[in-house]
Design a protein around this ligand. Structure first.
Ligand SMILES: C[S@@+](CC[C@H](N)C(=O)[O-])C[C@H]1O[C@@H](n2cnc3c(N)ncnc32)[C@H](O)[C@@H]1O
Length: 245
């Protein structure tokens, strides 16, 4: 399903180190804030993204910009065809929180977390059956470089599944949503995380990031085929999928 076009001209630019540091600062409260600010919808969004994975057995999956590992946990909860899953991220503190959750669920034999840049993935080419990335692509400094590197590490017929914020089509819902995003979310984010910039950054990046057709075109440019998008919750979040030919 195709929705909308929006340019990325005003996207704030932070270096990889600055992004990593920003997430280091909010890591301990990240999951709580996610659940609160999305009214618990973030869990459902990730579970829905997992449904787009193929049913091929024994898959090796990479979760890029894994953060606290929520997408990996959703993958293992909802899909029994995963042999091994690896999460990479730029923020050590986000990975530390993720590691604690993985140990608690005794998933150490299936899941591995490691520091890594989604634009320079520490994997050889053609090694993954699927690559997922939830709420990460909007944060990277070079979107095209990341999509190309995901393409490189995927096997033939491997699938990329990207989950990202987008903007609603309906004007009334869009106004309500932008009010929440511009006024309520930065205040709650600041109070709970104790860090003002992170949640202002979130709202600026979401409003300036390409979504719908515009993002599908980026996937096509990176070489993916069978590209489609699937908006959820009035279009505030979209799943994007593509396949390596
Ligand atoms: C909003 S969080 C999303 C975390 C997780 N995927 C989720 O679903 O909650 C964005 C994550 O992207 C990571 N990140 C940003 N740029 C990155 C890059 N170039 N390579 C790897 N991780 C990156 C940040 O450190 C942060 O943990």
């Amino acid at each position: 399903m195709i929705t909308n076009i929006r340019s990325s001209a005003n996207k704030p630019v932070l270096s990889r180190t600055e992004i990593g540091r920003m997430f280091d600062r909010i890591a301990s409260r990240y999951d709580l804030l996610n659940h609160l600010l999305s009214f618990g919808q973030d869990v459902m969004w990730r579970n829905s993204a997992v449904k787009h994975l193929s049913d091929k057995p024994d898959q090796i999956v990479l979760d890029a910009a894994t953060g606290t590992g929520e997408m990996l946990l959703a993958l293992l909860r909802k899909n029994s065809n995963i042999k091994a899953a690896v999460g990479i991220d730029m923020s050590e503190n986000m990975l530390t929180v993720g590691l604690q959750k993985i140990k608690k669920r005794r998933l150490n034999n299936t899941v591995m977390l490691m520091p890594g840049d989604a634009g320079n993935i520490p994997f050889i080419g053609n090694s993954c059956d699927a690559v997922t990335m939830a709420f990460g692509i909007r944060n990277v400094s070079n979107v095209q470089a990341v999509l190309k590197d995901i393409y490189r590490v995927l096997k033939k017929k491997g699938k990329v599944i990207i989950l990202e914020f987008s903007l609603p089509e309906n004007k009334f819902i869009k106004r309500l949503y932008l009010f929440h995003f511009r006024r309520i979310l930065p205040v709650m984010g600041t109070i709970i995380s104790g860090y003002r910039y992170a949640y202002r950054y979130l709202n600026q990046t979401v409003e300036s990031f390409p979504y719908g057709i515009a993002f599908c075109e980026l996937l096509l440019d990176a070489g993916f085929q069978n590209v489609y998008n699937y908006p959820m919750t009035f279009g505030i979040v979209t799943i994007y999928c593509g396949e390596k030919p």
